[in-house]
Design a protein around this ligand. Structure first.
Ligand code: F6R
Length: 610
């Protein structure tokens, strides 16, 4: 995720800013940049790659100013290039800012600014904001007021820091949905998108809340709302250590990423749903929209967790779009010589965008002359670049090796694709509206599902020593069973298998005895009665059943060993909620077994070899 650092004081800003950037490296980034006001000029340096590349670029240059901002960028709009890296400047170079978050209405604002003669140089949403401030300022408004008025025009999320030649002794910052903390020193202030960036300088801080602005000088600061109401901030003392901060207080990145899911699911759909019309729009598909909408068959190809998301995609695309879908492991697809026609669509799904098999499958599909779209997390990755069009899932950097938040964001993005296609076919506006409405309720339901943590912990304690687990699900929850089993095996090294529940009696039932925990996803959908029968079959053989059930459903209380209640939603969206307790279960079991949760043995985050 992007990181922000800022400094105003009497010391040289550069080493403080560079040190702050290094403290934010753990968040993941693809480029970095710095801007320092010195000698009546703002000096901007930015580079693709690691911070030491930026450091190399700065070596030898003399910029001893004591007001500056810096940024690590995790690309969302526009590839990770030097031009797209932050800071971004207005037409004159006299206003410079760094930004975390997503400006949703940037396209509309961009058109307006271009018409007014602004020169937009990058593909980013951020640059639009700096020109918008310039636009207000050019019209004779004071700088501080221009900053505030521009923020009032913006829809979306931001944490931002700005410096300007017009106010050479002030550091401007604002927050809406993306955190910012201000550290207070002696005649100096430090800004960070998280406390890790500033904690080595001071522990006295205040946090900006959504809709708040701070204008910071060397001798003090003013805080107000973007509606121009002055506010007083409470000064707090940070008293936790650096490592805890980097993981936002969580013990592991995996747990942090599990808990990020209410936000990442919201980010995957942000700005892409039109509730009144019951439709989804995916800007990245514009160049291939015709081929996407007229596809007579869809292939989905991916590996691991992304493949499981693809299976859910198959269920929803076939149900709502009535288009035949085939899902295949990329490693098979690439060598199998599949029959692909001109009017087919190949969807490749990858968190990293670098998985060797998926990349090869994509190239094979292109060789056959078909349209290939990507569903990718890492902006500007090889897969994102080589597909004809695509959709970013905007999950932010996933650092834990076991994929969690990428999965729920992939399924969210597949739902958007389904609604987009289905609405051009037989899906009514009413049905579209119902799905969109339920999608908007998803972050809250994911949040609710996270509250199962304490019961999941108890279950983990009881079953941590088992050598085998079976995961069962039907319909949309069948791929969830596969994913739950994958999570457990990869981080706890316990053998686990996922099965369609009814398939159990064709073989795996032979394994069941009192030593075999069976995790069943038994939410109330059209297959509920059937899955209850499958649970009976397990219990008849003395299997231990852990059932993920719909909130309020007590039918299974006396039949199974444990229930984990989660909120209900539409069938196609249920996997996004039902996977949550299974991610937590894998996490807690692995932890109890002393496994290295973030770096499981033998696994790499990005599998770039065949
Ligand atoms: C499982 C996991 C892997 C990846 C797989 C594909 O937790 O992380 O199974 O899902 O290696 O990776 P991407 O999505 O980066 O192509």
């Amino acid at each position: 995720m992007c990181g922000i650092v800022g400094y105003i004081g009497n010391r040289e800003a550069r080493p403080i800013l560079m040190n702050g950037l290094k403290r934010l490296e753990y968040r993941g980034y693809d480029s970095a940049g710095i801007a320092i006001l010195w000698d009546n000029k703002i000096n901007v340096t930015k580079q693709v790659g690691k911070i030491n590349v930026l450091e190399g670029e700065l070596n030898g240059s003399k910029i001893p100013g004591n007001l500056g901002i810096a940024h690590t960028r995790w690309a969302t709009h526009g590839e990770p290039t030097q031009v797209n890296a932050h800071p971004h400047s207005d037409c004159t170079g006299n206003i410079v800012l760094v930004h975390n978050g997503i400006i949703e209405n940037y396209n509309t604002l961009k058109q307006m600014l271009i018409e007014k003669g602004h020169k937009i140089r990058t593909e980013t949403d951020t640059e639009i904001l700096v020109h918008l401030i310039e636009e207000f300022y050019q019209n004779g408004t004071s700088f501080e007021e221009s900053f505030r008025l521009a923020l009032n025009e913006v829809e979306g999320t931001y944490g931002l820091a700005l410096i300007t030649k017009y106010e050479p002794d002030k550091l401007f910052c604002a927050r809406n949905g993306s955190p910012l903390v201000v550290g207070i020193g002696e005649g100096e202030y430090f800004l960070g998108s998280d406390a890790a960036a500033i904690i080595s300088h001071t522990r006295n801080v205040f946090y900006l809340e959504d809709g708040e602005i701070a204008v910071i000088g060397r001798d003090g600061f003013v805080t107000k709302t973007i509606e121009n109401q002055l506010i007083r901030k409470k000064i707090e003392k940070i008293n936790f250590d650096l490592e805890r901060i980097e993981k936002a207080g969580y013990q592991h990145f995996m747990l942090k990423e599990i808990y990020e899911q209410p936000n990442t699911v919201a980010d995957a759909m942000r700005g892409r749903l039109i509730e009144e019309e019951g439709v989804a729009k995916l800007g990245g598909l514009t160049p291939i929209l015709h081929n996407v909408l007229r596809a007579r068959k869809i292939f989905i190809t991916a590996c691991g967790t992304s493949y499981h998301a693809g299976l859910i995609g198959e269920y929803m695309l076939e149900e709502y779009c009535r288009i035949p879908v085939e899902v295949e492991y990329a490693s098979e697809f690439r060598y199998r010589d599949p029959i692909i026609e001109d009017d087919n669509l190949v969807v490749v799904i990858s968190q990293s965008g670098e998985t060797a098999d998926t990349l090869a499958a994509l190239r094979e599909a292109k060789r056959k002359g078909t349209t290939v779209m990507g569903l990718v997390n890492v902006v500007g990755s090889s897969i994102a670049r080589e597909t004809h069009g695509g959709t970013y899932i905007h999950a932010g950097p996933e650092i834990g090796v076991a994929s969690t938040k990428a999965f729920t964001s992939q399924v969210t993005a597949l739902t958007l694709l389904t609604v987009m296609i289905a609405r051009t076919k037989t899906m009514s506006a009413e049905e579209g509206r119902q799905i969109v409405k339920e999608m908007k309720a998803l972050p809250g339901k994911v949040e609710q599902a996270l509250k199962t943590d304490s019961v999941v912990k108890e279950i983990a304690a009881e079953f941590q020593d088992k050598r085998n687990f079976l995961y069962l699900g039907r319909g949309y929850n069948y791929p969830v069973a596969l994913e739950g089993a994958l999570k457990l095996k990869e981080i706890s090294y316990i053998h686990a298998e996922g099965y369609p529940a009814a398939e159990m009696k064709h073989g795996p039932i032979a394994l069941i005895d009192e030593d075999m925990p069976v995790v069943v996803i038994a939410t109330q959908d059209s297959t509920y009665e059937k899955i209850v029968s499958n649970i009976e079959e397990v219990k008849a053989r003395r299997g231990r059943v852990i059932a993920v059930v719909s909130e309020g459903d007590h039918n299974l209380d006396n039949l199974v060993d444990y229930t984990i209640p989660i909120p209900m939603t539409l069938n196609l969206l249920q996997p996004i909620v039902s996977i949550i307790p299974l991610q937590l279960l894998a996490y807690h079991i692995a932890l109890l077994r002393g496994c290295d949760v973030d770096q499981p043995r033998n696994l790499a985050k990005s599998v770039t070899v065949e």
